[in-house]
Write a protein that binds this ligand. Sequence first.
Ligand code: PGA
Length: 249
Amino acid sequence: MRRKLAAGNWKMNGTAASLAELTAIAAAPAPSEASVLICPPATLLSRAVSAAADSNVMIGGQDCHVASSGAHTGDVSAEMVADTGASHVILGHSERREDHGESNEDVRGKAVTAWDAGLVTVICVGESLSEREADNTLDIIGGQLAGSIPDAATGDNLVVAYEPVWAIGTGKVPTLAQIGDVHDFIRMRLERRFGEGVGRTVSILYGGSVKASNATDIFSVSNVDGALVGGASLKAADFQPIIDALDAS
Ligand code: PGA
């Protein structure tokens, strides 16, 4: 009922040559249970969709504008992302929240636009190190969930990614108990707001320094339905074992 999802976020990495990594993932035997999503930079979306055709690898964007079109130089709309053939878009990644000052309200607006364009949104939440040290983790996550997710969420249009900011690209990973506490909390909040039927069907990914060597342990935690992977998604040789670990979990 809930999909297992291995999602790769290439961030601002990748040129045409990188599509060979995607082709290698697409050529591997399809996982029996896990779905695979790769989110390359916007410049590669169309070519990534072509490279993944005839495989079950899905392609997603990393952001979209809140408006569906207009005078916003350099930005990409949800309609444009969908027009490439992409099916998903990541929204509210902590790097967007930090580098571009995106608020929960911004993320919520973008999600509405993305849903209108037919995209599935991967909405990211996560606390900073100082917020964790001040014991504010669940307050922060609760506020981000309430503020960033629009009311029309369903298990089909929404995936939530829990990404502690201090674990992204640092090699630091929370304990399994810490991951479990936050994922259980997110599940509880989703069920409370959207009802058990919907709340139970939204996949919740963990993100932050996931790699082949820790994936199996992380996927054993309750309410972890997959991963959002940055650095270790850039090479097929690093990402494939994570997909396999999720499939076997
Ligand atoms: P990382 O990034 O796997 O490189 O830590 C995860 C993310 O930011 O999505």
